[in-house]
Write a protein that binds this ligand. Structure first.
Ligand code: ADP
Ligand code: ZN
Ligand code: ZN
Length: 743
């Protein structure tokens, strides 16, 4: 490497870009990303400090203008500097300002006031105290007498005792403090969100052969100093969590720490408990329901070394551990690992970068790996371990695929196929539980006209409105609501109805067909409050209901041994989403749904109802055949030039002025064309999937190329272009690598 990219220390926010320096010969070997370095800066060649964020063999600047690095700042690489380097990398990779990137990696910026246990310590000697007490008695200062007497009895008193038992007011305490009779001490108490909830266990499960083989493979390389990324491809219920915990225990034994990412939705009491039972107080957890103060405390505990394991969603990746030894990403295929805010980073990619900086290995676990990860595993970029069997006697579920068209033809108009009805009836008789899964929310989806076929849409957001139980039509993006119209706004026809297939509707149908069944419903509407999500799960887990009806949130990683039937009501709905990942997502959802049943010793069954029974995503999910799905899907990705076969860059433009947006989108498009990059596919500019949101117009351009590097280069060019013209302050541009959701 010849040149080093550095960013100037965080305090100078004006210097929001990367600077290049020449690497002197003597530093060639030592220099690493994240290191703090010093360099001459500006006209006066003032010595400045900053962080290494990357290396390159080429430079965009004239050679004679490039100065040489002074040296590495003495002392070890601190966690913060790694996080700052991570921010810089995210800024380069995904496009954002340094400020946005720093806010992402350092989420708890200002110090929140901590819960403190305060105490009062007597400063005066006993002699002096007695003299003071006498004076107070003479003057009959009751409160002062009580406090002084108490301090003479006990030189250290708790704030609580003084204010609550002795009923001394704060001004009296302050006066004593001013007069140097006492000293106010505070002991910082970190809030531990677990306190008292769980007990650490002394005995562990013994790993089975497959689990042990996975641990051995990863660990033997770890011991040889090899750090890399592993895909742990294990079917549902194969015991991946035990593998994570064994690896973590070994990493901790070396004095290092572990970060465990789990999708927020799977971050339940059950999951956290397992970690806590193994690692006790040395575990901490982060989630969006923690207060800012609590998050700050968790970060402080990590920084000080009072914990070894941090569990949490995407943002837990930024835990300031000093020596991270392993990063686990459970359910790595989950789309919640990608940020939908600028910088639009993917936690998997960011984790791998962080791991490279701190010398950690990464383990990605899933029953249905993302196309990307499996692709990398096959290419040999990642190591790959497999768990092919469920733990113990649990068997894979028996799956039937039901063609809803046939049901209709044969006169069954209910939402339950005959097969599903019979199976549910059977479970109710046996006192076993059923889960019914529907991939949507609300009482019904869109409202449409039977005469002209038009759906009723939001005037601000250009999406269909959905009908809620209170009879109102609502927009899920901007909250716009309106009453149900009597006639179609487009053609005046009176035949206008909702499409009845929401979770509420299913709940009603279950109650109609099975009046004695106890039903719980879990969807966006029933889980708005803080605890409702856990409450519904734990009620179901304790057998307080026979049937759980829900949206995709019920298929995520929950372990209910008494569930022996899973019904998927409309398997194909998610196939019709407008992005290239809809088939992958459908396969994942179905496989995970099927994996919810038969986790105990009893045999499990799944019924998948669909209008497209022959579709490969449904066929392969029914067979639980990941491999076959992967190859079928890869054919499509190759053909269409989608990731992971190609790299893809989304460019999202938004502006309140429709004309200006149109013009600027065209300018960007032309700018890309002018570059004449070989092998580049340009899609657009076009209206975004959501062409207008909150009265802001949106357009998209998509680029596809075999090499990510090429797309990064184009992004850089465009950024330069945008710096030149003031109009880009009115048109907001975001970049999105390998987008997951349509903009
Ligand atoms: P996965 O994450 O792969 O779906 P889990 O780690 O949740 O699977 O394991 C499924 C169940 O099997 C859990 O209840 C777990 O406690 C149990 N289990 C895992 N490994 C073992 C083992 N080696 N011996 C006995 N039980 C195990
Ligand atoms: Zn109409
Ligand atoms: Zn709207």
């Amino acid at each position: 490497m010849k040149f080093v990219n550095v960013i100037v220390d965080i305090s100078s926010e004006k210097l929001d870009r990367v600077f290049q320096y020449r690497v002197p010969e003597r530093l060639q070997e030592q220099l690493q990303i994240g290191m703090q370095v010093s360099f001459p800066f500006g006209k006066g060649n003032r010595s400045m400090k900053g962080y290494v964020v990357g290396f390159s063999d080429e430079t965009d600047y004239p050679l004679e203008k490039i100065k040489e690095l002074d040296g590495i700042v003495k002392g070890s690489v601190k966690a913060e500097s790694q996080l700052i380097a991570l921010a810089a990398w995210m800024r380069e990779m995904y496009g954002s300002t340094m400020n946005q990137a720093l806010k992402t990696v350092l989420p708890v910026k200002q110090e929140k006031q901590q819960k403190q246990s305060r105490q009062l310590r007597r400063l005066v000697t006993e002699e002096e105290g007695k003299t003071l007490l006498n004076e107070f008695v003479k003057k009959n200062y009751r409160a002062k007498i009580r406090l002084m007497a108490a301090l003479l009895d006990e030189p250290v008193l708790s704030w609580k005792k003084v204010t609550e038992e002795l009923k001394i007011t704060v001004p009296v305490i302050k006066k004593f403090e001013e007069d140097k009779i006492l000293f106010l001490e505070s002991e910082t108490v970190y809030r531990n969100p677990f306190e008292g909830h769980f007990k650490k266990r002394e005995e562990y499960l013994i790993l089975n052969e497959e689990q042990q083989a996975a641990v051995d493979e990863i660990w033997s390389e770890y011991e040889q100093g090899i750090r890399k990324t592993y895909l742990l491809h294990g079917v549902t219920g194969s015991g991946k969590t035990e593998v994570y915990m064994e690896l973590i225990a070994r990493v901790i034994a070396l004095g290092k720490q572990a970060i465990v990412l789990i999708p927020e939705i799977a971050l339940t009491f059950q999951t956290v408990r397992r970690f806590y039972e193994r690692f006790g107080d040395r575990v901490s957890v982060m989630h969006s329901r923690l207060s800012e103060g609590e998050r700050y405390d968790q970060f402080m505990r990590a920084k000080e070394g009072s914990i070894d394991v941090m569990i949490g969603p995407r943002s837990a990746l930024f835990t300031p551990f000093s020596q991270t030894g392993i990063i686990i990403i459970d359910e790595e295929h989950e789309s919640s690992y990608k940020s939908e805010q600028v910088p639009r980073y993917h936690a998997r990619e960011a984790a791998i970068f962080r791991a490279q900086m701190c010398g950690a290995s990464v383990v990605l676990g899933s029953a249905t790996p993302s196309m990307e990860s499996y692709y990398h595993a096959l290419e040999g970029d990642y190591g790959c371990c497999r768990l092919t069997k469920r733990i113990g006697t649990a068997q894979m579920a028996e799956v039937s695929v039901i063609d809803l068209r046939t049901e209709l033809k044969e006169g069954n108009r209910s939402i339950f196929s005959r097969k599903l009805y019979e199976a549910m009836y059977d479970r109710l008789q046996k006192g076993q539980q059923t889960m019914l899964f529907l991939n949507r929310r609300g009482l019904s989806g869109f409202v449409s006209c039977r005469s002209c076929g038009k759906a009723i849409r939001c005037p601000h957001c250009d999406v269909t409105l959905s009908l809620h139980s209170d009879g109102k039509l609502k927009c899920h993006y901007c909250g716009y609501e309106t009453g149900m119209p009597e006639v179609c706004p487009a053609c005046g026809s009176r035949y206008i109805t909702g499409f009845r297939a929401g979770t509420q509707q299913i709940e009603k149908e279950v109650k109609k067909f099975f009046p004695k069944a106890r039903v719980l419903r879990m969807d966006y509407d029933t889980t708005r409050t803080k605890e409702s999500y856990e409450q519904i799960l734990s009620a179901f887990g304790q057998g307080e209901a026979d049937v759980l009806v829900g949206t995709q949130m019920i298929v995520k990683g929950h372990d209910f041994p008494n569930v022996t039937l899973v019904g998927v009501l409309a398997a194909d709905i998610s196939l019709y989403a407008t992005d290239y990942r809809s088939v992958e997502r459908t396969f994942q959802l179905l496989t995970q749904a099927v994996g919810r049943t038969g986790r105990g010793s009893r045999h499990g069954e799944a019924v998948i109802q669909t209008y497209v029974p022959d579709h490969y995503s449904i066929q392969t999910a029914a067979k639980q055949d990941y491999e076959e799905f992967y190859w079928q899907e890869m054919l499509y990705r190759n053909l269409m030039g989608y990731p992971p076969a190609f790299s893809m860059l989304g460019i999202y433009l938004s502006c309140t002025d429709e004309e200006m947006l149109e013009e600027q989108a065209k300018i960007l498009g032309d700018c890309i064309e002018r570059g004449q990059v070989q092998g580049l596919t340009v899609v657009g500019p076009a209206d975004a999937a959501l062409a207008k949101k909150n009265d802001i117009y949106r357009k998209v351009i998509y680029l596809k190329h075999e090499q990510e590097k090429v797309l990064l280069g184009i992004k850089k060019e465009l950024e330069k272009e945008m710096e030149r013209e003031a109009v880009w302050q009115k048109v907001y541009v975001q970049f999105d690598f390998n987008p997951l959701n349509a903009f």
